[in-house]
Design a protein around this ligand. Structure first.
Ligand code: ATP
Length: 440
């Protein structure tokens, strides 16, 4: 018999069906047993009359909740049943995988939700919670919309290697690996390789892939491995062209998510998803520092031209008050806090043509126009104290005709945090990786 999804049962009244799912609750009464079965589409009540089959009744009584079951039975209308006014009269039951008793924790007990670290140990149970399923439904639709936008705008998808011989960002956050008889590293971003796509004449590339950072910090927004949304585009005039595309791309993704999941997001998370208007406000780093002074926020002195998370939030509040916007680009960062490959401003050489995108008070992306002139790029690398031998393969990309270009890198789980107003990244990633967590 073919499986019927619970959501389709009303089309099968008075027919025999096969349903498959998890035992959410069992009401084991003297005469009747009621099993609430859950599949990915909903819940249904399955009724069993004890005297009809005592052996089966005993088997049901012994079932732990969350056991995986296959059930056949007849669908009947029953007005008193809250779940859709129908129930299944049980005929056969197969226990595909019995759940041990007790559960490490009950994912459906909203009164007693354990701390996130404990839930991470039992992530597969945690992911059975409907609000968690929704996060990944949203993620799926969002990525689909993002690709759709990119494809409509002539981007090519690339898959760059995740092993490399040299760092692309700061050397401090590198995972070193044994690569046969030499040292290798896990890539901290596809930066160099997506730029190679520009030298290759692909003109517009994107990649959705893993990014590794040996960052020993324990924050609510850092992971040692995350999924990066990366883009690079050629023949731009400045970082403005990248920002202009980024905001339209995000707007499209939000629109699609709202269309598909807006009402469920409202029901589950209690807010209406707002599609951001474009253009997003832009504020220079210099003006941002003035604004922070104005609102009385003091940056820690060691930050020297960079922002700390408190500064990002204070600035977000300032922008929200001034422009009514949750997204903004913080532009024109000083050379001192940006990597060597960011292009400097032609008329203000101490500044870069770069931006961070801040959303809901959180940094979600960094982008820039890249330096594509071989001699200038070499000079900038030397000024940052880099050894050219290690990155010569990268510098070689700029020797035989590389167009002006720029792009950004964004963290997928950070964007989901912002979109769904979730404060800890451990909740918006399928499986978290941090300094203390290498399994499950
Ligand atoms: P932060 O200042 O928050 O540590 P970063 O400046 O190191 O971030 P970039 O190197 O610019 O970040 O990376 C681009 C984007 O990748 C970030 O804006 C963020 O969305 C995401 N990202 C960076 N590091 C992490 C991380 N450790 N965990 C999750 N996402 C990250």
């Amino acid at each position: 018999m073919q499986r019927t999804y619970i959501k389709d049962l009303s089309n099968h009244i008075d027919q025999e069906v096969k349903v498959q799912g998890w035992l959410q609750t069992l009401r084991d009464q003297k005469k009747m047993q009621f099993l609430i079965l859950r599949d990915r589409t909903g819940l249904v009540q399955v009724a069993h009359y004890r005297p009809a089959n005592e052996e089966l009744a005993n088997q049901i009584s012994a079932l732990g909740s969350e056991s995986a079951l296959t059930i056949t039975g007849k669908v009947v209308k029953n007005e008193v049943v809250k779940l859709g006014g129908l129930e299944i009269q049980l005929e056969t039951l197969t226990v595909e995988n019995a759940a041990e008793i007790p559960l490490p924790y009950d994912p459906f007990d909203d009164e007693n939700v354990p701390a996130v670290d404990f839930r991470m140990d039992w992530r597969y149970l945690d992911l059975r919670r409907p609000q968690n399923r929704l996060i990944f439904d949203v993620q799926t639709s969002m990525e689909h919309a993002m690709r759709e936008f990119w494809l409509k705008n002539d981007f090519i998808e690339i898959h760059s290697p995740k092993t490399t011989s040299s760092p692309s960002e700061s050397g401090a956050e590198l995972f070193q690996i044994d690569y046969f008889d030499r040292k290798g590293y896990l890539t901290q971003s596809p930066q160099f390789y997506k730029q190679m796509g520009m030298a290759a004449g692909f003109e517009r590339v994107f990649e959705i892939g893993p990014v590794f950072r040996a960052d020993p910090s324990f924050t609510s927004r850092h992971m040692t491995e995350f999924t990066g949304l990366d883009l690079e585009m050629s023949w731009i005039d400045s970082h403005e062209d990248v920002m202009e595309l980024t905001e339209r791309w995000l707007q499209y993704a939000y629109q699609q998510v709202k269309e598909k999941h807006g009402s469920q997001i409202e029901e589950t998370f209690g807010f209406e998803l707002q599609v951001p208007e474009v253009p997003f406000p832009r504020i220079t780093m210099a003006d941002a520092l003035k604004a922070l002074k104005e609102v009385g926020y003091e940056l820690p002195p060691e930050k020297k031209g960079d922002l700390d998370p408190g500064g990002e939030r204070a600035l977000a509040e300032y922008i929200k008050n001034k422009y009514g916007h949750d997204f903004f680009f913080l532009i024109d960062w000083p050379v001192s806090v940006r990597p060597f490959y960011h292009m400097h401003h032609p008329d203000q050489p101490e500044l870069t043509r770069s931006f961070d995108l801040i959303a809901g008070g959180l940094e979600i992306a960094t982008g820039a126009q890249r330096e594509h002139r071989y001699e200038v790029l070499k000079k900038q690398a030397l000024e940052k104290g880099l050894g050219l031998e290690n990155i010569q393969y990268y510098l070689d990309f700029f020797r035989y005709g590389c167009p002006p270009h720029g792009g950004f890198g964004m963290g997928l789980s950070r964007l989901l945090m912002v979109m769904l107003q979730i404060s800890n990244i451990r909740e918006t990633v399928y499986l978290f990786r941090g300094p203390n967590r290498l399994n499950p």
